[in-house]
Design a protein around this ligand. Structure first.
Ligand SMILES: Nc1nc2c(ncn2[C@@H]2O[C@H](COP(=O)(O)OP(=O)(O)OP(=O)(O)O)[C@@H](O)[C@H]2O)c(=O)[nH]1
Ligand SMILES: [Mg+2]
Length: 371
């Protein structure tokens, strides 16, 4: 048996040919959501093995973000309000008051979590340009401020597109501390990929909490994705992920999205489990996981930096998802994590809805916070 009688997916189980004989040997449940039938021919469907599929996909998703600036704009409302003081400061700016204005500007950046190093760097560069006569008005200072933030993001976090390699299935794993928004972000990501006609399999790698699989199942249902979940309590996360990637490979899925349990970066044995997950996946598809995305809660501000360093050291993070930026006035943390870690922010979470995960676009971001 693959699923219990109580399963809402009972009648939609995968074909018997791939069904394993018993749950002891094969303790996984594979379900298809009813929406799956609707998800048929996508605009972006390519034959397996076709090179450039994932490269195009990454680019396409990023390009779509540019046309969705409004979402980014409204997602950063609180940060923008926080930084609005800069406009007031610069409105009546005059050379004699440079020091006071720059001190207050630095303070505004710090309060929005740009971090001390960057805030100082930006302000000193502005001061230099003002004293050299290169910036002569409040507007010019504001433009220079925006330009320096944009440059920083472009230099240190350039690769914001998903890098999915060339083999199918591409594997994306989300990691992070408890409650940061991993499962939700994975669900939203599934939606984005589905919109491009990508065939998705989800893997419920959070075997720690009983409700975690159910939560991901809801997202699978919502996005018309299939899902592999563990049945039974003692199944290890690594084997769920490995099994899902195997299924993905055998059945021609484009992308396998792997959820993992929340864990404190200071908990050594739980961090080791992540290494096991990574190895298990790589055994099935060499080079996978293609993306290990660290999900960081934007409301925690600069506290996220030590978490990010630790996760990066243990598993090697390829990109960041910064969530809950809609509820936070500390959007500057996007800039400080990129500067400190040199890891690109790939997506930002700007709400709880299914469409509230935005591919990160540095220019749209800068315009949204300093409008
Ligand atoms: N406002 C807002 N809420 C979010 C965002 N992303 C996630 N959330 C909420 O944050 C809460 C936790 O999200 P989950 O996706 O369950 O977090 P998780 O990291 O999977 O949690 P664990 O599995 O327990 O470690 C949920 O209530 C989400 O709706 C976001 O971008 N904005
Ligand atoms: Mg979760």
């Amino acid at each position: 048996m693959l699923a219990t009688a109580a399963s809402p997916h009972m009648s939609l189980l995968s074909p018997p040919s791939i069904s394993p004989p018993n749950t002891l040997l094969y303790p996984f449940k594979i379900s298809a959501s009813p929406n799956l039938r609707r998800a048929g021919a996508g605009r972006f469907r390519c034959a397996a093995g076709q090179t450039g599929f994932f490269t195009k996909l990454g680019r396409l998703i990023k390009e779509k973000a540019k046309s969705d600036v409004e979402k980014i704009f409204s997602g950063f409302t609180k940060t923008r309000q926080n930084l609005a003081v800069i406009d007031e400061l610069l409105l009546y700016w005059n050379l004699a008051e440079t020091d006071r204005v720059l001190d207050e500007l630095e303070e505004a950046l710090l309060v929005s979590d740009f971090g001390p190093r960057i805030s100082m760097k930006i302000v000193e560069s502005l001061r230099g340009d003002i004293l050299a006569g290169k910036l002569k008005s409040g507007n010019e200072i504001k433009d220079a401020l925006k330009k320096s933030v944009l440059e920083l993001l472009n230099i240190k976090g350039r690769k914001t597109e998903l890098q999915l390699g060339f083999r199918k299935p591409a594997v994306i794993m989300v990691v992070g501390v408890n409650g940061g928004g991993k499962t939700t972000s994975l669900g939203k990501l599934a939606r984005r990929l589905k919109n491009e006609g990508v065939k998705i399999l989800m893997a419920a790698g959070d075997t720690f909490r009983a409700a975690a699989s159910e939560q991901l199942e809801v997202w699978a249902e919502r996005t018309g994705s299939e899902i592999v979940t563990a049945e039974g309590e003692k199944v290890k996360a690594a084997s769920v992920l490995s099994q899902a990637v195997k299924k993905g490979k055998e059945q021609g899925y484009d992308v396998v999205l792997c959820d993992t349990s929340g864990r404190l970066h200071t908990n050594y044995s739980l961090m080791e489990e992540l290494i096991a997950c990574k190895k298990a996946v790589a055994k099935v598809v060499p080079g996978a996981p293609n993306e290990i995305l660290l999900v960081l809660d934007g409301t925690t501000g600069l506290n996220m930096l030590p978490q990010a360093r630790e996760f990066n050291e243990v598993v090697g993070i390829t990109g960041l998802i910064l969530t809950k930026l809609d509820g936070s006035a500390r959007g500057g943390c996007v800039v400080s994590v990129v500067d400190e870690l040199g890891i690109p922010v790939k997506f930002v979470g700007v709400g709880e809805g299914v469409d509230d995960l935005q591919p990160f676009d540095a220019e749209a971001f800068v315009n949204a916070i300093f409008s």
